[in-house]
Design a protein around this ligand. Sequence first.
Ligand code: HMG
Ligand code: MG
Length: 299
Amino acid sequence: MFSLPKNVTLIEVGPRDGLQNEKNSIPTEAKLSYIHALQQAGVQEMELTSFVSPNWVPQMADAREIMYHAKKKGRQIVLVPNEKGMQAALNVGSDSLAVFIGVSDTFNVKNINRSTADSLTSLRPLIQQLKEDGCYVRACISTAFHCPYEGAIKPERTLALCHQFIDMGVDELSIADTDGMANPVDCYSLFSSLKAMFPGVLLTAHFHDTRKMGIANVFSSLQAGIDRFDTSAGGLGGCPFAPGATGNVATEDVLYLLHSLHIETGIDIDGVCHAVDKLAPYLCRPIETAMYKFYKEEQ
Ligand code: HMG
Ligand code: MG
């Protein structure tokens, strides 16, 4: 009846997307405890931090310390917006980098202070260099469905931008519902098109759970053949330059969905909740994910 994969990979984005929008300043030690507990829970791919301007995103100002002190395990990705960020990442030994860009020009200007076309022009030689150096490159495509400034985004625009990154030789596309406006039909439709257009490419879905559509969108994307999802332990997250956008769909809640469907992930739900516990005292709001609440009740 339903077509479901046997295995799914979750890319943990809590330490980066999760923490970049938090109001409190979170000590580097607490971030590292969260990261290490997530590794212990079985996470194999993680966005650890971003090398961006501390004036724009103060929460990521400790990127260098995070990269020095995080235990090496699996694929450790860092986000970079430009050449300066790329050099900083390479200087600490990163070999998996994520570039990011908005389909929406207005969002791109708000986020990285340049148009989508200018971003593409400057990213092209950087990606080429990274590929020549043997790095893994992921391209994060923001506002793939909707933009908080421009409104609905036509799928053709998203597909065209993805095409440009595939031509540049990226290894993975992470397609983001930045402001949590997509519904399951939108997701099924866009991801089916992407699967058909780029059969050999790693395709990842990145959902913000602003309107509690995240789990439904994960399920419909599974139907479209997607078996990689960006998720955030504790449901933290949001882009400071996407007004109103709240956290990513929670790792522990997506794990419950997947495990109840007998899909293997290699990640332990209690282990993820334990990681969330390491961070909870430093947040200025309660964690409200379903599985974390159960975990706390059982303690
Ligand atoms: P700018 O002001 O245009 O930069 O910002 P600039 O090139 O004019 O340089 C200004 C100053 O910033 C200079 O320093 C540079 O050295 C410095 P000064 O000479 O004044 O002392 N600078 C940097 N410092 C540290 N790291 C760097 C860097 N680059 C320049 N990499 C810039 C342009 C891109 C830097 C800025 O707009 C920025 O940092 N933006 C980051 C925005 C961000 O992190 N957004 C969140 C991540 S994306 C996201 O969350 C979406 C995603 O989750 C998917 C989804 O959900 O949609 C991925
Ligand atoms: Mg995001």
